[in-house]
Design a protein around this ligand. Structure first.
Ligand code: KIV
Ligand code: ZN
Length: 498
């Protein structure tokens, strides 16, 4: 068996299903190009029948990317497959990823069907997709909870029908590593013709076992793994690409290799985080802010004497450049462009000009501009026109006084002003704003995070609000916490007001 593991990246499909983190087509192309530079083998670019946006992204990514295979998801439905094939028409190498639920729970409750009928539908879908492309991947949704004997029958039948890759998703993140590994081994041992296809892992992280399950799958015969940058994805997310790449690089004794240029991991992690406005948790393995930060005296002493004492990965191997250039207000347009490109972000001149203007404004407030700052600026959509804009904001707070804020809003050209008190400056500012926008809005989530470090740091605010039973996400950034919070709140409101 080959020792090459194919990396199938689904950041732009399964990863992008995180509520509030959707990318537009231009942003998806940027990420796809960075994935190509990273060295992934397959990019799952979308689910074309699900929306015109997804269709268009598959088309544009197919045009923009040269060598990775471009994959489009479908259900085991002919219309889905027709649309996916149409979206893939510019792909140099196109793959259709079709499938159906195979667990008894899916068969009974989702399809109100029988095992035999599902098996037939699976085979029919693969044969139908083969009319369009040679490379057809079949997924057995909820394979993690599917009876192994039935799963083996399905896998055998779809390989016979022409599937080149069979995906064994642990859709609910339920499996234990030994159980998932045994499932893959069972298929390798019991499926006639298994040597004609590649088995793929696709593990969700609901119980925190996605990476362990993926490794168990690879060590038992799978040769493709489906992963996302930073492990993003619905609920608890998917297997993190960076974890698998670094496990295989660190544990040479496993004897498996990927095509990943690990030095591109850190910049791409930051790019995805800033474009999706989705913070990476500080203690996230490999790419978290604290992943290489030793704080205990014993560790620091050891690392200073010899990094090998406590560091199993050289930060340089993931592209964490501790000596990266710091930009200042005197840095020119070219320096900003150079630094962004070194981080894998290529911007059109028009957007670069806008980012440079914002960079100068930020550099006026902050002495040093770090990589995370410029990625944050590059990831912000400066072109979106806003129905409601904050003209001005003033907030006063302190010890022994009642926080008070006043605000001026521009609503489609009309001017409004209000003032209010609150239990803090953010609360006061939001109360003032609510006097103007008299809607029932509940804040469900409110996260403030520093971008780099220092008292003059920029902060990012992520907010989720509920209005008339629907959820809306907003994002704000500023060196001023109250401003960033109000920007995030207004960003949410702009999503439901016209
Ligand atoms: O988790 C899952 O089962 C999936 C399939 C659609 C591949 O994402
Ligand atoms: Zn999935």
């Amino acid at each position: 068996m080959s020792d090459r593991v194919y990396i199938f990246d689904t950041t732009l499909r399964d990863g992008e299903q995180v509520p509030g983190c959707q990318l537009n087509t231009v942003e998806k192309i940027q990420v796809a190009k960075s994935l190509e530079t990273l060295g992934v083998d397959v990019i799952e670019a979308g689910f074309p029948i699900s929306s015109p946006g997804d269709f268009n992204s598959v088309v544009e990514i197919s045009k923009a990317v040269t060598w990775p295979t471009i994959c489009a998801l479908t259900r085991a439905v002919e219309k889905d497959i027709d649309v996916a094939a149409e979206a893939l028409k510019y792909a140099k190498r196109g793959r259709i990823h079709t499938g159906i639920g195979t667990s008894d729970s899916h068969i009974r409750y989702k399809f109100n069907s029988t095992r035999e009928e599902i098996l037939e539908r699976a085979v029919r879908a693969v044969k139908y997709a083969k009319k369009y492309v040679e490379d057809v991947e079949f997924y057995a949704e909820d394979a993690g909870r599917t009876d192994n004997e039935f799963l083996a029958r399905v896998v055998e039948a779809v390989i016979k029908a022409g599937a080149t890759v069979v995906n064994i998703p642990d859709t609910t993140g339920y499996c234990l590593p030994a159980e998932y590994g045994a499932k893959i081994k069972y298929l390798c041992d019991h499926v006639a013709g298994i040597e004609n296809a590649i088995i793929s892992t696709h593990c969700h992280n609901d119980l925190g076992m996605a990476t362990a399950n993926t490794m168990a799958g690879l060590m038992n015969g799978a040769r493709q793994c489906e992963v996302t940058i930073n492990g993003i994805g619905e609920r608890a997310g998917n297997t993190a690409l960076e974890e698998i790449a670094m496990i295989l690089k660190s544990h040479k004794e496993i004897g498996l290799d990927t095509n990943i240029n690990t030095k591109r991991i850190y910049p791409l992690s930051r790019q995805v985080s800033s474009l999706m406005n989705m913070p990476v948790q500080a203690n996230k393995a490999i790419v978290g802010k604290n992943a290489f930060a030793h704080s205990s005296g014993i560790h620091q002493d050891g690392v200073l004497k010899n990094a090998d004492t406590y560091e199993i990965i050289d930060p340089v191997d993931i592209g964490l450049d501790t000596n990266s250039i710091v930009l200042t207000a005197r840095s020119g347009h070219a320096a900003l462009k150079y630094r962004l490109e070194a981080l894998g972000v290529h911007l059109e001149e028009e957007k670069l000009d806008k980012v440079y203007k914002e960079f100068l404004k930020l550099a006026d407030k902050k002495k040093e501009i770090h990589d995370d700052d410029i990625l944050m600026l590059a990831g912000t959509d400066w072109t979106r026109s806003r129905h409601i804009k904050v003209d001005w904001l003033q907030a006063t707070s302190g010890i022994g006084m009642k926080p008070v804020a006043s605000i001026g809003l521009d609503i489609a050209g009309e001017k409004f002003e209000a003032a209010a008190t609150g239990n803090g400056p953010v609360d006061a500012a939001i109360n003032a704003l609510r006097k103007i926008i008299k809607r029932q809005i509940t804040i469900n989530e409110f996260t403030i995070q520093g971008v780099t470090k220092g008292a003059d740091d920029c902060c990012k605010v992520h907010m989720q609000v509920e209005h008339e039973g629907r959820l809306y996400y907003g994002f704000g950034t500023s060196t001023d916490i109250v401003t960033a919070s109000i920007e995030a709140y207004v960003d949410c409101i702009n999503k439901f007001t016209k």
